[in-house]
Design a protein around this ligand. Sequence first.
Ligand code: FES
Ligand code: FE2
Length: 398
Amino acid sequence: MSAGGPSLRWPARVNEIPKEVFLRPDIFEAELQRIFYGGQWHALAHLGELPEPGDFKTMVLGRMPVIVAHGDDGTVRVFVNSCTHRGNQLETASCGRRTEFECPYHRWAFANDGRLIGCPGAREFAPDFDKADHGLRQLRVAQFFGLIFATADRDTPPLEAWLGATVSALQDILGGDGRLRLLGYQKVRYASNWKAYADNDGYHAPLLHTGFRLLQWQGGQGSQTVTDNGHLAFKVQLKPVQNAGFLRDPSLVAFKGVDPQNGSRVVQLFPATVLTKHLDVINLRFAIPTSVDETEVHYAYFAHQDDDAELLRHRIRQSSNLLGPCGVISMEDAAIFQRIHVGSRSPGNAAFQKGVKRLDTLWHDFGQNDEAGNLPKWDYYRRVMGFARAGEGGDGHA
Ligand code: FES
Ligand SMILES: [Fe+2]
């Protein structure tokens, strides 16, 4: 990291993570600059959340408020949610429909394509004032099957190159063609650092989550693909248990999709977006690192636009019962995220074990249930943050 950035000595063993990365406010501030405002794409919405011209959604990128706006011209843009006059937060609704955004402070008005179209008293403004120079600030935007990404860095690689080997699993999650329809949200704040939330692994799934055994996540065929820039993609066949006495009505875990081989897909995109399809649940999770100690996650649930009434009903029922903060197969997550955070207030390193093949250098093949698939992500994080490994020389700054 450039001079002045946080200093941290990273362990030499590739399976170890210093626990202090979950706790240090100076590291959190550097992450905002290096990761959230740096050379990554961040999934902020799916087109299914703002399908019509005029629709918008507000979000937060890192700590920066943004508006994802579907313009009257059909283009989706991401604006910084800050008036270009004195910086007032422009929009406070979580979503809605507007042809223009009006700032209440001095009534400047912006079209939903970002142009400044009204500013009372402009004749007495500074002599060089020109409305054309004061449109809303825009971020770079790219879409993948309707999934809307933004980046604050002009040097971030093109989106598909950045997504790399996750694209096929991601396309499956997005219904094959991206024509999704929003069902609703669950929004939750986890008492955990965003990186603990983002450490997804197949190892814990059936061990922590009693309900996950309903799906026999480890009972079928599966694969885990890991990219050098910190993404993970799981393709897993499910074998739902129909009559093991867990459920009075096993239709909750029925799979009505077209291909039983496509039972489960999980894509974890660096830094903190998780996208899943379990059975017929299509779930996109948008994470906001609200502080070093807290992560807000918006679970957005979708159907496909071509679903008939029966499949739609099934998806709503399955979504609201299986996933999210109180879902049958994931309700234990919130407690574990908090307990990792509390337990990390102790010296030393956290160590990954399941699937670790070497200690001196990373490798590229990972099994479905290896927790070690997170290690390339951690190494990428370490490099982006500029933390040198012990034995690499330097003082912890790159
Ligand atoms: S700050 Fe928005 S109009 Fe003045
Ligand atoms: Fe979990």
